[in-house]
Write a protein that binds this ligand. Sequence first.
Ligand code: SAM
Length: 285
Amino acid sequence: MNLTDINQINEILHRHGFRFSKSLGQNFLTAAWVPERIAEESALDEQTGVLEIGPGIGCLTRELSLRAGKVLSVELDSALRPVLAETLADCPNTEVVFGDVLKQDLPKLLAEKLPGLRPVVCANLPYNVTTPVLTQLIEQQCFESITVMIQREVARRICAGPGTADYGAFGVFVQWYCETELLFDVSPGCFVPQPKVTSSVIRLKKRQTPPCEVKDEALMMKLVRAAFNQRRKTLINAASSGLGIGKDVLAQILQELGIDERVRGEVLDISTFAKISDKILEING
Ligand code: SAM
């Protein structure tokens, strides 16, 4: 069975009366090298339990099942139930749960369905829910690694460093919890139907400890969001209106840290945000 062969895809989907849904981000892979390479990059073995989000017709699921101890796939579209029953019939180490991944209690699901296995995520994510899904996966901190295909633009933002146009609050959030790596690009021609944009595969490895120390993580993230909400403004102006702190207080903090008062948040690295946040906490007590 070759689930990336367009003739086989059309035949199976047609037989089950399946129609692609744009709102569910349904772009299925039609290039065999892509699911193979995504699975390879996930460094799987018999001890690994993979959570896959959105199996679609099951092409990546099959590649994962060849390498992992077990694959648990969460699929929102129940129209794919008979399709996946057929395409995964010969993969005994796979299980599909039908529902919205955003509504799942993931730690509970892992404990029930992937007990004793090293939990990782591997998926070709639906574009429309990329940010909430990644936020949920990272915040719950229950996965050792997350290897996903997403829109290239979002992938670049996640992996961007200070002083670049792509650097932003979501990237800082992800990099706080994970080491990020941009792996490879996939062109629109590798999917049916073809998306408008290029995709990229990224790998996020859970950090054992944060990249630096900070006294109040939530305050630091608030500062980061304030800085990037008004990224063309100086940090003093953006943080003052975003956090309701006096400009004179912020100016004093920057001076104490030896940072130019005209600095914009977009050039600051995580450890500098952490230092500023600690000073704000000290002053606001
Ligand atoms: N894995 C397949 C592939 O690579 O060809 C399909 C990937 S397709 C980009 C995204 C899949 O995610 C679709 O099957 C879609 O129905 C499913 N999906 C969309 N939103 C979802 C959600 N909130 N929870 C779980 N699955 C979802």
